[in-house]
Every structure is written in structure tokens, then in C-alpha cells.
Design a protein around this ligand. Structure first.
Ligand SMILES: C[S@@+](CC[C@H](N)C(=O)[O-])C[C@H]1O[C@@H](n2cnc3c(N)ncnc32)[C@H](O)[C@@H]1O
Length: 474
């Protein structure tokens, strides 16, 4: 019964696509990929060369503020929608179209999902399985509900409750595109004139205004990190999905959702694949790091602690040097750089500088040392402690998570959560290894002398309980 319903909706959508002027290459098909847990998706049924049009969509078929606002009958509601943040405006428009019997987009709206696995729909126990992942603080369900209450409730749209608002807002997060407001090179869609062309040259630093849009069919494409083979092009009158490399018959057509860590992919799209693990990150909170230098005497040598004024002075220096951030992302090392970002090393460098070097640095405005000079032994040792503490914030170990995933009794969401937290622990282990290898001179560091003797930084409890780890501080 459900399968029939799925196919009926797909067929009605395909008919609508053609009536709405969407032109599909005969070399592609919209397919039912539920057996592979990917809902609908598009597949090549013949080879494509690079830069072929896979399908094109007239702007009139797109659902956005330009096309859907005129369908709102009340002047006051139109004005209110125009003054909202773009995602809320689009939420209001989709909800309004959803209750219209004669909506121009009805067959399209019917293929959008009723249920999603984005993190906003997870229960508290499910979210707890993400453990110390920073993504937990980015879900912001209550904040979204505050926005619904402020902006959408006053419109009194039919059926508009938190559940529907979350569903529509999450569909927008996973399905919508930001496209240029105008066809590039034109003013309000007219042919370019000479003045505009001059402006385009001189203003190329200025961001093009964009409009958040639901683009039928373009949003039926799945994504899988580096496997993307098509891209939406917005530089013609019609929007065009084009191949970005040769595609062989039978390949799925994959769009690019971005280089997202699996935590964010899960939050925004409700799925993960191994392909995205290369983008995994771990956030190290600056607040936690600073508090360790303020009162973390049970982990750091008490001689490395700083009083409030000294800490404030050093934080101000970090801000002056433009390396102070609320958090720092660790990642897998790759051709773009190492696991630990330069800015985090620079922050620790300033926190660990001895008084004399700090005074020189502070007054003379000399530049921060280069990366290789920041890879100082003392900084590495402090980092190992900071990162091990970060790792201990997760309730299970990397090895326990690996064992859990070897079993086949995990519910879908729990398995995804374990994959995400395990991916973060792998990044942490890599960063710890990287920090352990720092061997630069401690000359300008506080307590440098003793640190070289391996006595100033206390071993963490974890280190002493893991005899297989290299005992740098022993
Ligand atoms: C833009 S839509 C793509 C169309 C979607 N498959 C459908 O049937 O409506 C994005 C959603 O597709 C699913 N998706 C995309 N790529 C996927 C993949 N590689 N594996 C599993 N699900 C995927 C996720 O549910 C995601 O939120």
C-alpha cells in the first residue's frame, strides 16, 4: 500500500514537472532508492559528458518569496513575511501553499518527506548518545520555537503548530538552495547594459543578493561527499543542473551538500555516510581551555596556572593578534594542513609565554612565530592534557564505540550517533599524536626548564591508566 502511494506521488510529480516546464534529459531517471535508504534519487541511464545539462528548471517553477508571495491574499501577512528572516518567510510560504487545494506546487509538496531524522526530531535519550559532541548545542530546538512563536504564530496560518513548523523548517534546511536573486549580468532580468557591466567589474567584492528557494527536482538529488558529479548552475535564465565530470550509465547523480562533518550532516540532513568521515571535526572550547589555566591545578602543573589579571591580559593579546575564537576545530590532517589549527597553537603560545617574552611580544608588536616555531614541546604537552580531557568528556571510549558498531543490534539513530562520536574521538586521537610529536625549544615558555625534564605537566589519570600510550611525561 505504502509502496503504491510512493510511486503514485512520484508519477504525479513527474507529470507536474513536465507541465511546469522542467526539461529532463532522457538519459536520467528519478528512482525509488528506499531499498538503499536514500528515498528518491536520480540515476543516469546513459553516459553524460562533462558539462552536459541533466535537467533545467524555469524560475517560475521555483518556490520562493518572488513566486509564492503574490499568492498570499492578505496585505498584512505579505508585509510580515517580507520582514522575516528568509528561512521563516519560506516556512510561512510553504505552510500556506500546503493548505491550498489549488496550490501550483501541490504535486511537488506531496513528494517532500513527512518524517526526517534531522537532530531536531531526536528524543533526549537519542541526543545523549552523541555524548560530548559540540553538535548537541547547535540543535537549538527551543530557539527555533521562539522564532516560530514570534514570527509565524501571529500570522494564524491554518494547521500551523510547532510540529509542522519544525517539519517545514527542517525540509528547508535539507532541501532548499540559496540562488542569486537576479539572473547574473541583468537588472531585474533585463538584458545587461554597459553601466551594469562596469559595476559588475568594480563591485566584484560585493556579495550577490540571494534568495532561499525550493527547487523542484534539483532537491531530489542525494549527496555523498566527494562523489558529487552534478552542480546547479544559475547563470542562465533557466536554472540548470549540469554534469561536472563524465558520468557513466547506472551512476547515481549526486549533488554537493558541502564538506560537512558527519555531526553537521546529521543535524541538517538526518543521515551520514562513511564518505563524509574525512570532514569530521572536534571542537575545543576556548572557555574550557582558559578555565584549565585558571583553576585546573589537578591537571596542569600549578606553576602554569594564571591569575585573573594575567589571563585577561593574555586573552587581550590573543584578540589583538586576531587568533582568539570561541572554539577551535580539530580535523583529520590532509593536504590542507595539520589536525591542530595554527590559531589554537598561537593561543597556547601566548598563554604559555614566560613573563619576559610576553612583555617583549606585547610591547614590540613582533609577529607571532610561524607554525613550525609554535610546535614547541611545552605547547604539545599542554595540548595533550587538554585533548585527553576533551576525550574524557565522552561517556565511552573509542574502543568501546568500535565494539558497539561491530554488533548489529543498534537502532538506526543510535548507530548514527555512535558513528559521529567515534569519528570525533578518532580526530582527537590523531590530534593527540600530532601534539605528542611537538619538539620545538621551550626557550620562551613558562616553566620551560622543568618541562623539558618532564616534570612540570602532571600526567592525567587517563595516561596513567593506559600503559600502552607513550609516556612523554613519565
Ligand atoms: C535534498 S534531499 C534529497 C532527496 C531525498 N532523497 C528524497 O527522497 O526526498 C536530502 C535528503 O536526502 C537524503 N539523502 C541525501 N543523500 C543521502 C545519502 N547519500 N544517503 C542517505 N540519504 C541521503 C537525506 O534524508 C537528506 O535529508
Amino acid at each position: 500500500m505504502e509502496a503504491d502511494d510512493f510511486q503514485i506521488k512520484t508519477d504525479a510529480f513527474l507529470t507536474w514537472l513536465s507541465e511546469a516546464g522542467i526539461r529532463m534529459s532522457p538519459k536520467m531517471q528519478l528512482r525509488d532508492l528506499r531499498s538503499e535508504s536514500r528515498g528518491r534519487g536520480a540515476v543516469a541511464t546513459d553516459d553524460f559528458e562533462e558539462d552536459e545539462i541533466v535537467f533545467s528548471i524555469p524560475r517560475s517553477a521555483v518556490l520562493n518569496i518572488a513566486t509564492a508571495l503574490p499568492g498570499i491574499p492578505t496585505d498584512g501577512i505579505r508585509k510580515a513575511i517580507l520582514s522575516m528572516p528568509s528561512w521563516l518567510a519560506l516556512t510561512a510560504l510553504i505552510i500556506s501553499e500546503g493548505v491550498k487545494k489549488d496550490s501550483q506546487w501541490a504535486p511537488y509538496l506531496a513528494v517532500l518527506p513527512q518524517q526526517l531524522d534531522s537532530l531536531v526530531f531526536w528524543s533526549d535519550p537519542e541526543i545523549r548518545e552523541l555524548q560530548a559532541s559540540a553538535v548537541v548545542n547547535k540543535i537549538e530546538k527551543a530557539k527555533a520555537e521562539g522564532m516560530f512563536a514570534k514570527h509565524l504564530s501571529p500570522l494564524r496560518l491554518e494547521n500551523c503548530d510547532n510540529e509542522l513548523c519544525h517539519r517545514v523548517a527542517s525540509i528547508i534546511m535539507a532541501y532548499a538552495f540559496d540562488i542569486p536573486e537576479k539572473v547574473p549580468g541583468t537588472t531585474n532580468g533585463d538584458a545587461p547594459n554597459e553601466e551594469d557591466e562596469d559595476e559588475l567589474v568594480s563591485d566584484d567584492e560585493v556579495d550577490e543578493p540571494t534568495v532561499l528557494s525550493m527547487i523542484p527536482l534539483a532537491d531530489m538529488l542525494n549527496a555523498d561527499a566527494e562523489r558529487n558529479n552534478v552542480r546547479l548552475c544559475c547563470d542562465s535564465e533557466d536554472l540548470e543542473m549540469r554534469s561536472i565530470r563524465p558520468i557513466t550509465s547506472g551512476e547515481e547523480l549526486f549533488n554537493d551538500y558541502g564538506s560537512l562533518p558527519r555531526s553537521d550532516l546529521l543535524r541538517r540532513y538526518g543521515y551520514i555516510t562513511n564518505e563524509y568521515s574525512i570532514y569530521d571535526v572536534v571542537e575545543v572550547s576556548t572557555e574550557h581551555l582558559i578555565s584549565l589555566f585558571r583553576n585546573g591545578g589537578q591537571y596542569l602543573d600549578p606553576n602554569l596556572l594564571l591569575d585573573g589579571r594575567d589571563l585577561d591580559k593574555r586573552v587581550e593579546l590573543c584578540q589583538r593578534e586576531d587568533i582568539y575564537d570561541l572554539s577551535y576545530d580539530l580535523k583529520h590532517s590532509d593536504s590542507d594542513g595539520p589536525s591542530i589549527p595554527d590559531e589554537l597553537l598561537a593561543l597556547l603560545f601566548i598563554l604559555l609565554l614566560n613573563e619576559e617574552s610576553l612583555a617583549n611580544f606585547s610591547s614590540s608588536h613582533i609577529h607571532l612565530p610561524s607554525r613550525s616555531k609554535l610546535e614547541v614541546e611545552t605547547i604539545g604537552q599542554a595540548l595533550v592534557i587538554i585533548l585527553q580531557l576533551r576525550e574524557k568528556g565522552y561517556a565511552t571510549t573509542l574502543e568501546e564505540d568500535e565494539a558497539l558498531l561491530r554488533g548489529d543490534n543498534l537502532a538506526h539513530r543510535i548507530r548514527m550517533a555512535v558513528e559521529v562520536r567515534l569519528g570525533e574521538k578518532r580526530v582527537l586521537r590523531e590530534a593527540i599524536q600530532e601534539a605528542r610529536a611537538f619538539s620545538g625549544s621551550n626557550k620562551h615558555m613558562r616553566g620551560g626548564q622543568s618541562l623539558e625534564q618532564g616534570e612540570k605537566v602532571k600526567r592525567t589519570a587517563e595516561e596513567s591508566s593506559q600503559p600502552t600510550k607513550k609516556g612523554r611525561f613519565r
